[in-house]
Ligand binder design. Structure first.
Ligand code: IPE
Ligand code: IPE
Ligand code: MG
Length: 248
């Protein structure tokens, strides 16, 4: 029986972020090369995106490629870029059909030209979709994102557009890649690793973290439901005491 029925649809996280990890180990477990793992991870992306959209989650961010991932063997990096290109092309129809808007966070300027072009095209064609934002973190680094925001704010100060006194948390948020997107309430990381690996350092300040040993290619809708149910059973205190949260 599906766990879907155990989810309280009135208390869904508005934004879920996922560190999709474990493709390589999944492949070795099956006696195959790492690329095979990445290829099989695509179906989990589809499952999770559709699962989130059906439930009514408004934003789903997937960590697909970090700035550190350029340090992998060139053959793996190229295969990942080719897979990305193929997937965007193949899934565009489904995104349009499902009313999903595609966004990218990260430095797109350093992606292969063909990949950047396909992404830009898909973003433009889905720009008016309303059901859910699917946000891909590509060539993404949380620290670089903050440095970039600091530079943007400093430039505005220099031009006299913003005063130093006016800089607050909102101003910082507004200068991140995620400007206008609410912070994730739930972060999921697959494959048993318990670290954030430079992902959304500012935005995850108060997120609930859910770690599962399941490797990304094995992550299904039911695994997603488990994470959401776990999230709904937590008490989010935001610094207060448990007693203070009891509302009558
Ligand atoms: C996640 O799986 C995919 C990317 C980081 C692109 P990995 O490739 O990191 O798989 P493991 O962690 O080596 O098993
Ligand atoms: C994090 O996974 C990056 C992505 C999921 C894209 P990694 O597998 O690269 O992270 P580390 O190196 O184990 O921290
Ligand atoms: Mg990994």
């Amino acid at each position: 029986m599906s766990l879907k029925g155990n989810i309280d649809l009135t208390r869904l996280p508005e934004h879920i972020a996922i560190i999709m990890d474990g493709n390589g180990r999944w492949a070795s477990k099956h006696g195959k090369n790492r690329i095979f793992g990445h290829t099989n991870g695509v179906s989990s992306v589809r499952e999770t995106s559709e699962g989130c959209a059906e439930l009514g989650v408004k934003y789903l961010t997937l960590y697909a490629f970090s700035t550190e991932n350029w340090n992998r063997p060139i053959t793996e990096v190229s295969a990942l870029m080719t897979l990305l290109l193929k997937t965007i092309k193949a899934e565009l129809k489904t995104l349009l059909k499902n009313d999903i808007r595609l966004k990218v966070i990260g430095d797109m300027a350093k992606l292969p030209v063909g990949v950047a072009k396909e992404l830009t095209d898909a973003m433009q064609r889905t720009a008016n979709n309303k059901r859910m934002d699917l946000i891909l973190a590509l060539n993404y680094s949380g620290k670089s994102e903050i440095v970039r925001a600091v530079k943007e704010i400093a430039t505005k100060v220099q031009k006299g557009e913003v005063s130093i006194d006016a800089i607050n948390e909102q101003v910082v948020s507004d200068n991140l890649y995620t400007a206008g997107i609410p912070d994730p309430e739930l972060l999921i990381r697959t494959s048993g690793e318990k670290r954030v690996s430079n992902f959304m350092l500012w935005q995850l300040a108060y997120a609930e973290y859910f770690f599962t040993d399941v490797f990304w290619p094995d992550f299904t809708r039911e695994e997603l439901y488990k994470a959401i149910i776990d999230f709904q059973n937590r008490e989010r205190r935001f610094g207060k005491t448990s007693e203070q949260l009891v509302t009558k």
